[in-house]
Design a protein around this ligand. Structure first.
Ligand code: HEM
Length: 191
C-alpha cells in the first residue's frame, strides 16, 4: 500500500463533535439511509476517475489567483511540493467520504481537516510557508464547484438519470455536512 504524505487518518483520535451532534447535522441536511447507499455507489463510480476529478479541481484552483494564493509561498509562487502533497490527501478524501463509516474516527479526522485549513494547523503537515489560513468564505463558496463538477464523472457510469441524481445529491449533502464540521475551529464560541 502506498503511503499518502501527511495523511494521518488513524493517528488522530479526538473529536470535539459528538456522534449525537453528527446525527443532528445529518438530519439537518436530510442525509438518510438512501443517501448512504447512493454515496457508496458514487464511491464505486468515482474510484477509477479520481485523478481526472482532481485535475478539474486543481485546474479550477490554479486558474484563480485568490485560491492559488493559499498554496503559494511568500514570493507569491505556488509551492509545487505543497500542491502535490495535498493532492494525494484530497484524492483519499473522496474515497473516505464515500466509503468510510462516519464513526468517531471519521469525526476525529474531520476535526483535523478543519484545523488544517486554519492558523492552528495550515502548512504544518507539509512544513511549508504559505498563507496562515484558508478564508472561511472561500471554503463555503467552494462547495459549489466541488459538487457541480462531479456530475459528468457520475454520468460516465452509464447509470440511469435517477441513479445519477441520487449519487449527486448524496455527494452534495456529504460535502455540505463536512464543510459545516470544518467551520468549527473558525468559530470556537457559539458553534
Ligand atoms: C487541504 C478539501 C476548500 C485550500 C484539504 C484537504 C481536503 C480539502 C480533503 C486535505 C486534508 C488532509 O490533510 O487530509 C476541501 C474541500 C473544500 C475545500 C472539500 C470545499 C468544499 C478549500 C479552499 C481552499 C483550500 C477554498 C483555498 C484554495 C486547501 C489547502 C490545504 C487543503 C491549502 C492544505 C492545508 C494544510 O496545510 O494542511 N482541503 N477544501 N481548500 N485545502 Fe481544502
Amino acid at each position: 500500500m502506498t503511503t499518502i504524505s501527511g495523511y494521518e487518518y488513524e493517528t488522530v483520535t479526538t473529536s470535539p463533535v459528538t456522534p449525537e451532534e453528527l446525527q443532528l447535522l445529518k438530519a439537518s441536511v436530510l442525509f438518510g439511509p438512501a443517501d448512504e447507499a447512493a454515496l457508496r455507489q458514487a464511491g464505486e463510480v468515482l474510484a477509477n476517475q479520481i485523478e481526472d476529478v482532481l485535475d478539474v479541481w486543481y485546474g479550477f484552483i490554479g486558474s484563480h489567483h485568490h485560491l492559488r494564493a493559499q498554496f503559494s509561498g511568500p514570493d507569491g509562487e505556488p509551492v509545487s511540493r505543497y500542491l502535490d502533497a495535498v493532492r494525494g490527501r484530497f484524492g483519499q478524501w473522496i474515497w473516505d467520504t464515500c466509503e468510510r463509516p462516519w464513526d468517531e474516527q471519521w469525526l476525529a479526522y474531520q476535526n483535523e481537516i478543519g484545523l488544517r485549513h486554519t492558523p492552528y494547523k495550515k502548512n504544518r503537515t507539509d512544513r511549508v510557508e504559505s498563507t496562515t489560513h484558508v478564508p472561511l468564505r472561500y471554503l463555503i463558496a467552494l462547495i459549489y464547484p466541488i459538487t457541480a463538477t462531479v456530475r459528468p464523472f457520475l454520468e460516465k457510469s452509464g447509470r440511469t438519470a435517477d441513479e445519477v441524481d441520487a449519487m449527486q445529491e448524496s455527494w452534495r449533502k456529504a460535502v455540505i455536512l463536512q464543510v459545516a464540521l470544518w467551520t468549527r475551529p473558525y468559530a470556537p464560541g457559539p458553534w
